[in-house]
Design a binder for this molecule. Structure first.
Ligand SMILES: [Zn+2]
Length: 319
């Protein structure tokens, strides 16, 4: 079931062994059937309701339009092959928006954060992958060791320092964050429950599982235990991995866990959370849909692993 998480399942062969072959890359870039996936300042190319289900779909460009976009792109990244057709991400961020949009008029440059939840899994995954790779290039234009400019290599999967004395290398990175559904068993004091919190910047009423970045020098399980204690003052045990999800907003991988509470009193860290509560399954089933502001509690975004963790917990404990 975790296979169904949004932003996973890119249907391309990543062909790492071909990335270093410059002649092959150039031939693929020049090929008429090659597809270009434009990215402009965190936006992807999307058609509003171009498919039968009337939902947004990913748009890639080929032929003359692709050649124009290649010429205007600051960075190109080989995403992979679909059979023999190559897909490249093209970073158009150095262009003004109207110029970038005019280069790729067959779709609209949109933020994946807003259209991702409505898209098919495969298309959302492709756009997320392109967005994440372009974001990495934009943040690594200079060497972190010596400060020289870096250059795009290996089909966009390496940035190489231009210092003639040192060839420092930087590889694409993603930042691990843990996200956890903390539950309590039902007992004499009440039914089973799970612990959800909300940040003040979220849409009104939205509650989600707790989450936080992994720090150097700790395991993922230790990060779960620490984050829950820091954010709500609850101690947990039985930390168990469930699933993971790339989260390209901008560059995380969310590693999802379940954990069992051994203390139940909530003591909120107000710098992180506005509220945190125990909810029963009955309460959760009465939650509203994300983004529909009714003033009542509502579930997290449909495309999030938080939502998946909550839904699988509800399935597990049954009615
Ligand atoms: Zn360097």
């Amino acid at each position: 079931m975790a296979d169904g998480l949004k932003y996973t399942g890119v249907a391309l062969a990543r062909v790492a062994e071909l990335r270093r072959d410059k002649a092959w890359l150039e031939a693929k870039l020049a090929a008429a059937e090659t597809r270009l996936v434009p990215v402009w300042r965190g936006h992807n190319l999307v058609a509003g309701s171009a498919n039968d289900e009337g939902r947004p779909s990913a748009v890639s460009v080929s032929g003359d339009a692709a050649a124009a976009a290649v010429a205007a792109a600051e960075d190109l990244v080989l995403l992979g092959l679909d059979d023999d057709v190559a897909y490249f991400a093209a970073d158009l961020s150095s262009q003004d928006k109207d110029v970038a949009q005019a280069l790729v008029p067959t779709g609209e440059l949109m933020n994946l954060r807003s259209c991702g939840p409505l898209m098919s899994h495969g298309e959302a995954a492709l756009l997320a992958y392109a967005r994440a790779m372009v974001h990495w290039h934009q943040r690594h234009r200079f060497c972190g060791v010596c400060g020289h400019p870096t250059e795009n290599r290996d089909g966009g999967h390496l940035r190489l320092c231009s210092n003639p004395d040192e060839a420092h290398q930087t590889f694409p990175r993603t930042d691990p964050a843990v996200i956890m559904l903390v539950s309590r068993d039902g007992d004499g004091s009440g039914p089973p429950g799970c612990l959800l919190g909300r940040q003040s910047i979220w849409p009104e009423g939205t509650y989600s599982t707790l989450a936080g970045f992994v720090e150097p020098g700790e395991s993922l399980e230790e990060a779960v235990t620490r984050e829950v204690l820091e954010e709500v003052g609850v101690r947990v045990t039985g930390v168990k991995y469930r699933a993971s999800q790339p989260w390209p907003f901008p560059s995380s991988i969310m590693v999802g866990f379940w954990a069992q509470a051994v203390t139940f009193d909530i003591n909120i860290d107000n710098d992180e959370l506005e509220d945190a509560r125990w909810f029963t399954s009955v309460e959760l089933r009465g939650f509203g849909e994300w983004g529909q502001s009714t003033g009542n509690p509502c579930l997290p975004r449909k495309d999030s692993i938080s939502r998946w963790l909550i839904e699988t917990w509800l399935e597990e404990i049954g009615a």
